[in-house]
Write a protein that binds this ligand. Sequence first.
Ligand code: SAM
Length: 242
Amino acid sequence: MKSFDSNFIQYLQTKGFDDQQIEQAITKLLQYRDMTLEWNNKVNLTAITNPDEFLQKHYVDSLLCADAKELKDARTVLDVGTGGGFPGIPLAIFFPEKHFVLLDSLQKRLKIVREMADTIGLKNVEVVHGRAEDLARDSKYREQFDLCVSRAVANLSTLAELCLPFVNVGGTFISYKGPNCSVEVNDAKNAVRMMGGTINRIEQPKPVKYPSEHNMIYIKKVKKTPGPYPRKAGTPLKNPIK
Ligand code: SAM
């Protein structure tokens, strides 16, 4: 296996990928990392500038749910607040048969993500510009996704309102959170319930060879989100449901 950290390869194997999948993905991952770091000199895509740290903070982290049943079963995946393409791009690279929509309110970043995805030949990625609050009211997107993922965008109560309206009943929202999120999870219980969700489980994955303090919160959509939600753009962040 060429020119990639052996720890990372071992990590990918524990996630269930075979040598052929890893080999095919690695060329794309390397190209995407190099292009991101290059673009980062002009446009702020990531605070991480060290290639090894990039691997851990963006790739290892993004793939923490790669072996989850909810992801394996999904055909359509939405990444809310994708920024420079995380976790959406690494997941899309490893799951070419699934359709990924990467959403962000910052068009400048999205255009670069689109260009980089095209350069590495990702055919299963669509980028959509807009606020989650507005797009969740569009019937093209509302309750149309089997899975929604989101990392580093907002507190869990706000996120429940931004993300759960996109998920179809029976689907799942996975929120990537840092350590010590129990107060945040507790504060979000009402919002999750009101948006038609229920917290299914919280996992603390321990990737081989890498430190990780992430909590992965799996929220199942059990009922339709009531029509008035999400509230107008900005309100879920300014005034999260308590
Ligand atoms: N998810 C990426 C990651 O983990 O590297 C980017 C995280 S960045 C801190 C947060 C991103 O969420 C920004 O790109 C921002 O534009 C986007 N964002 C914040 N609120 C949003 C909203 N209401 N609708 C769409 N995008 C939003």
